[in-house]
Every structure is written in structure tokens, then in C-alpha cells.
Ligand binder design. Sequence first.
Ligand code: NAP
Ligand code: GDD
Length: 336
Amino acid sequence: MFQKRALITGITGQDGAYLAKFLIEKGYKVTGTYRRSSTRNFWRLHYLDVKKDISLLPVDLLDQTSIMHALREVEPDEVYNLAAQSFVGDSFAEPQATAEITGIGSLRVLDSIRFLNPNIRFYQASTSEMYGNANQTGQSENTPFHPASPYANAKLFAHWNVVNYRKAYNLFATTGILFNHESPIRGIDFVTKKITDGVARIKLGMSEKLLLGNLEAKRDWGFAGDYVKAMWMMMQQSVADDYVIATGETHSVREFCEAAFSRVGLDYTKYVEVDKKFLRPHDVVFLKGDPSKAKRILGWDPSETSFISLVNMMVDADMEKYQNPERQMKQFLKHI
Ligand code: NAP
Ligand code: GDD
């Protein structure tokens, strides 16, 4: 039977791991790329129990040869370009590295596909950060972009290259403009995971305070497991296009704190403090997506996981992580 082949750049990240799981369940042969480093970073693949079902190849988006090698080796039908320096806060400290990896890195993948096999379908992980602060009522595919960080600038460069390559070279190159999506395997630097990890530590007496930055920033937070399904749906269409993927709801960081602390019976105002160190030179203060197009054309349902169930899922996973560390370690050791 014909088995589709997918190549996922950035499979060691949150979305890479969820997408790998989703595609394996769909019957794909999945290969993922990882960065060579002194310590292996496969814990998310173990957590979702997919490491044994995938192949891995070393690729750095800074190195076109490694990208071309992976494409020749795998001969994928679909490439999902998820790799990026994805932390907005760090992009202010490392603007050039962010531009190189997140911006030009995507172009390297696109150009490699154009030269090696223009029939490969390409997905680009675009972002709601590209909207910046210009529109504070809600954002759709027609909302103008006003990026407010080196990360958003790099993503916008990548985004427009995909749109232009689609037209110029007739590539099946699609973009998902994804709003924030979270999960128990979200990176610890991002605010939701920092909060839920902090809640568990405080509840279990391992910590006394949680220091955060801008509590009034609002985000449209969904569950990563629901969002990778939308990526795949975009790739199955007859024409490539751009789609907003969001819940259509917005909540402040303060509201997230309130919900997360109350999950374990605590009042957030007693533990959360603002530390200027976590304020950004320029912050995006309001994001709320309009996913009508994805709903209409893809049939994607934005409401599979509610805000409260997302918060509870993350808090519960962090409580479990500290209460049952042996269980996690056993699961991990089983695979190495
Ligand atoms: P993530 O957890 O930070 O994962 C990023 C991945 O990129 C990791 O596998 C990382 O490898 C890899 N990477 C970093 N630099 C690289 C390089 N030079 N060469 C090759 N790989 C490199 O991000 P995520 O949350 O899964 O997000 C996936 C993508 O969606 C990213 O492009 C992100 O910008 C975008 N996005 C995310 C969201 C969201 O809310 N999660 C929303 C919109 C768009 P290491 O493990 O070695 O660091
Ligand atoms: N990280 C972090 N740490 N953010 C904080 C903190 C803190 O201590 N305190 C307040 N915040 C605020 C940030 O200023 C921002 O307004 C909001 O919380 C969300 O920050 P992050 O969780 O770091 O996410 P992000 O919105 O900047 O970026 C994420 O979502 C984008 C999609 O909109 C990342 O996943 C990006 O890669 C993604 O493109």
C-alpha cells in the first residue's frame, strides 16, 4: 500500500512531537530533523511515545547542505517547516540569529524544494505575532501585519516568501497563521508553562513566588494537539493557501494565573509578582484570531479544547511531574 512520507523540521519541539504523533496515526512514514548538540533533546518524543516510530536526521536550518541531504534521503511528499528560534523574548537579545534561523532558514528549505522536487508540498509555521499591535479587535487573513519583534520580522519575511514562491514557481506552499498554542510539553520559557510549573512548585512547597512580566497582555490560547491537525488539513487541500488557526477567544496572562492557581485551590495574588526583568522592550498586547476561513474550508473545529481544560491539563501534568518523578523517569529510560 502507498505510504505517504512526511519530513518535519523541528520535530524535537512541542508542535513537532504532536504532529509526528498525529501523522503516524494517519499511517505516514515520519522523519524528523534535530539539531546536533552535546546533549540529546528527544524528551517530548518519549513523552508522547513516538520516538520508536520515527526516523531522525540531523539538519540545521543555518546549513542548506543538511536540508538538501534530508530531502534527498527522505523523498517526502510533505514537508512541515516547524523549526525556528521561536521565543519572542530571546529574539530581542539575538536578533541576527533569529533572522538567520527563523527567516532565512525557511527560505533555504523552500529553495531546496524548488530545486530538488517542486512537487513536494510545503507547510510554513507562520504566526499571529506578525500582526503586532495594530489591530486590537481580532485578526483574520485580511488583517495587515505590523510585526513588533525581531522574531515577528523574521517570521513575516518567511511568510511572504512562501506566498511569493507559491505564485512565482507554482509550488504547493501553504502557511498556517497559528495563534498561541500550548500543552504539557510546552517549553518552560513560555508564559503558560512557566505559570503551570510555578503553580505546581508552590503547591508542593518547592517554591514561594512566581515572577512574571506583563500580566495584562492578552493571548488567544489553544491546545497544540488540536492545532497540528489543522496543519495536516491545509496540506490535503487542492490549492495551497493561508489560514488563521485560533480559538477566537482571548484571555490575559493574569486570567491564566487566576485559573491555574485556582486549579490547586490557591489565590494567585498571594504568589505572583511582577519583575521588570521579564518585561519586553516591545510587547504585543492583544491577540484574538478569527478562524472562520479554516472552519469553512478545512472543516477544522477551533473549540475542541476549552481555555479552562487547557489550563487544567497543564497544571495537572506539572503536578504529576513533581509528585511522580519515578514514573516519568521509567518511561524515559524504557527508550534509551
Ligand atoms: P519549539 O518548541 O520552540 O520548537 C522549535 C524547534 O525548532 C525545535 O525542534 C528546535 O530544536 C528547532 N530549531 C531551533 N533552531 C534550529 C535550527 N537552527 N535548525 C534546525 N532546527 C532548529 O516551537 P513550537 O512551539 O513547537 O512551534 C513550532 C513552530 O511554530 C515554530 O516555528 C514557531 O515559531 C511556530 N509557532 C508556534 C506557535 C506556538 O504558540 N507554539 C504559534 C505560532 C507559530 P531544539 O529542540 O534543538 O531546540
Ligand atoms: N515568556 C514569558 N515569561 N512571557 C511573559 C511573562 C514571563 O515571565 N510574563 C508575562 N509574559 C507575557 C509576554 O510579555 C507576552 O505578552 C505573553 O506573556 C505571552 O508570552 P509567551 O508565552 O512567551 O508567548 P508569545 O506570545 O510571546 O509567543 C508565542 O506565541 C507566538 C504566537 O502568537 C511563541 O510560541 C511564538 O513562537 C509564537 O509565534
